[in-house]
Design a protein. Structure first.
Length: 140
């Protein structure tokens, strides 16, 4: 299920990203940014899904995606008014969202999520036995 959804997102997003590249005004860049950001997360889902399911990996992937999408929308909303708003940690609000919301926090969330669900990717004895059964016997 997760793999089919990710493939559908990839197919639709690729076409819409191309279309949004030619749309002007405020809607074009926002649509482009949202879809271009969702694209690599769909690839992450394809890589993390096993037997069509994400298991515990769904939470960190969804949380990181939501955080990055929110940060992008805030940054686009602050265009032209970067220095007018509040400063966080010595950075203007847009720069703080860029550094913390697009890079540092999603990196930590993804790394922690992978570390907590890493056991799903172990090769077990039953996996090796299945490979032995599927392998051809002797020279081909």
């Amino acid at each position: 299920m997760a793999q089919r959804l990710a493939l559908a997102v990839l197919a639709v997003a690729a076409l819409l990203i191309l279309c949004f590249s030619f749309v002007g005004g405020a809607f074009g860049p926002i649509g482009f940014a949202i879809l271009a950001t969702a694209f690599p997360f769909a690839l992450m889902v394809l890589g993390a899904a096993q037997r069509g399911r994400l298991g515990g990996a769904v939470v960190p992937i969804a949380l990181a995606l939501a955080l990055i999408e929110l940060s992008l929308v805030v940054m686009l909303a602050l265009r032209g008014r970067v220095l007018d708003g509040p400063w966080i940690g010595g950075l203007p609000l847009a720069a703080a969202f860029q550094i913390y919301g697009i890079f540092l926090l999603p990196l930590a969330i993804t790394a922690l999520g992978f570390a907590l669900t890493f056991g799903r990717f172990d090769v077990e004895e039953r996996d090796l036995e299945r490979l032995r059964q599927l392998a051809p016997k002797g020279p081909a």
